[in-house]
Design a protein around this ligand. Structure first.
Ligand code: NAD
Length: 495
């Protein structure tokens, strides 16, 4: 696949086209270099209406297509991803900025998702149940939900849309997909892959533009029967508000401020690289980033010494360069947000042990780079310990005991991922039981999903789960079916 052939277009009912407005576009840039990658059409409300019309027109034919036949398309998409994984990973790094190795891992996750979900074409089981009455057969069948609005963020622009599109499509739904405006090209590639695999026109429609126009137009159209959204908690609140007014089904995957506990018996040789990765991979721009580290007092000083040494050694640069581990932030606005939080953290009294600034060499000053930043002496009431900064900033706190560490871990409005480093099985199980999060790790950082397990958070990190067996639950409705073969008239009252 030649990524330069990806055309920045809307896809509505199989037709690739510009915006119906006066041709308005918005720019997408490489965050490592500032280079203009493409001008993307800014869809109008009418374009979104046309995309929903197209999804509506294709619904009957697609939902009546046998699921194993629908699966054939997913298998083809999977094969294409496998074949083109290096080109896809390069395109992802150029548009999103993450290190090439991380992009490759994301592309592979997309492949795993598509193949895992394709197999559902021959599963998607439900069940048969005994009846209360003779000569009666009861079962539960799955039906597609209808037209699904899929709205996604930029930080995993390949795997997150596939977490949603693949199960929506295998279950017989049709889709209107709106990607984040920072990463529409890799999103368009997904749509092109489905088209090349033979997906009928109108099953997957693609509209680009700002959330306030394009996202809102999807959200406010009553014909859309479900919204599958991943993004910020603030946007999630808005989406939930509209959905509740319409009593509409939803999956919301939102922000995080994920704690990593480092117990005094932790193996630091294992914990240091893993906590560095959890905090700084993808430049801290992960919903599951381990952005709060809670270290038990007896090893605090040692941990800090090794962690800072590790942060100093991180190779920050253009993600396409060999050996680079941390890329840039996504935009200048994101970098300014990080800078502002670094100022807040200092004002709050936390101590910067490393980072806290931009780079001034020629190459890195072209992009939106920022130094991995380590705050020590943070306390849990500080904004740097509570707000999702979504950048390379970690707040490190001290705990008096495991119980105290768990308390600190839970004092947050978020509840997505959590981790503990320990060699004590009691501490491990205690933290798994007590920490309020949808995902829990022992001796692994807070990141790293596997597609056959459910992914998602509690509290203000979201509502519902993605992937795993829940993927099919999300995108189907269960229908209870009663078949009376007695040919008798039955009384339904107490006689
Ligand atoms: P965002 O909420 O700004 O945008 C997400 C998507 O929503 C974009 O496509 C955007 O255009 C759209 N949108 C914005 N306003 C809208 C509105 N009013 N109506 C409809 N759509 C609207 O988030 P982002 O900056 O793209 O992504 C970063 C956030 O996503 C972080 O908070 C991160 O934690 C979260 N995230 C969560 C998960 C998870 O699985 N829990 C995974 C990745 C990212």
């Amino acid at each position: 696949m030649d990524q330069t052939l990806v055309q920045p277009e809307l896809v509505i009912g199989g037709e690739h086209r510009k915006s119906s407005s006066d041709g308005s576009t918005f720019a997408v840039r490489n965050p490592a270099t500032g280079e203009l990658l493409a001008n993307i059409p800014q869809a109008t409300k009418d374009d979104v209406g046309a995309a929903i019309d197209a999804a509506e027109r294709s619904f009957d034919i697609w939902s009546e297509t046998p699921a194993p036949e629908r699966a054939e398309i997913l298998y083809k998409v999977g094969e294409m991803i496998r074949k083109d994984k290096l080109e896809l990973a390069e395109a992802l790094t150029i548009e999103e900025g993450k290190a090439f190795s991380e992009s490759l891992a994301e592309i592979v996750e997309g492949y795993d998702t598509v193949m895992f979900i394709a197999a559902e074409g021959r599963r998607m089981w439900s069940y048969v149940s005994p009846s209360e009455q003779k000569e009666k057969f009861c079962m539960v069948i799955r039906r597609p939900v209808g037209m699904i609005g899929i709205i996604t963020p930029w930080n995993f622009p390949f795997s997150i849309p596939l977490w949603k599109i693949a199960p929506a499509i295998i279950a017989g739904n049709t889709v209107v997909f709106k990607p984040a405006s920072n990463t529409p090209l890799i999103a368009k590639t997904i749509v092109d892959l489905f088209e090349r695999a033979g997906l009928p026109k109108g099953v997957l429609n693609f509209v680009t533009g700002p959330g306030s126009v394009v996202g809102e137009a999807i959200l406010n159209d009553k014909r859309i029967k479900m919204i599958s959204f991943t993004g910020e908690t603030l946007t999630g609140h808005r989406i939930a508000q509209v959905n509740s007014g319409l009593l509409r089904k939803q999956v919301l995957e939102l922000g995080g401020k994920n704690p990593v506990i480092v117990a005094q018996d932790a193996d630091l040789a294992q914990a240091i690289p893993a906590t560095l990765y959890a905090a700084f991979s993808n430049c801290g721009q992960k919903c599951t980033a381990g952005s709060r580290i809670i270290v038990e007092k007896p090893i605090h000083a040692k941990f800090m010494e090794l962690f800072v040494k590790g942060a100093e050694a991180l190779r920050v640069g253009n993600g396409m360069r060999d050996g680079v581990q941390v890329g840039p932030l996504i935009t200048e606005a994101a970098r300014m947000k990080v800078e502002s939080y670094v100022g807040i953290g200092q004002h709050e009294g936390a101590k910067i042990l490393f980072g806290g600034g931009r780079y001034n060499d020629k190459e890195r000053s072209m992009g939106y780079f920022y130094k991995p930043t380590v705050f020590d002496e943070a306390t849990n009431d500080m904004k740097i310990s509570q707000d999702e900064i979504f950048g390379p900033v970690v707040a490190i706190m001290e705990a008096q005991s495991i119980e105290n560490a768990i308390e600190i871990a839970n004092e947050t409005r978020y509840g997505l991922s959590s981790a503990i480093y320990t060699r004590d099985i009691r501490s491990a199980f205690k933290s798994l039981a007590k920490i309020q999060s949808g995902i829990g790790y022992v001796n692994q950082g807070t990141t790293g999903a596997e597609v056959h397990l459910p992914f998602g958070g509690i509290k203000e990190s979201g509502f519902g789960r993605e992937a795993g067996e829940i993927a099919i639950e999300n995108y189907t409705e269960k229908k209870a079916v009663f078949i009376d073969y007695s040919y008798k008239s039955r009384a339904w009252f107490f006689g």
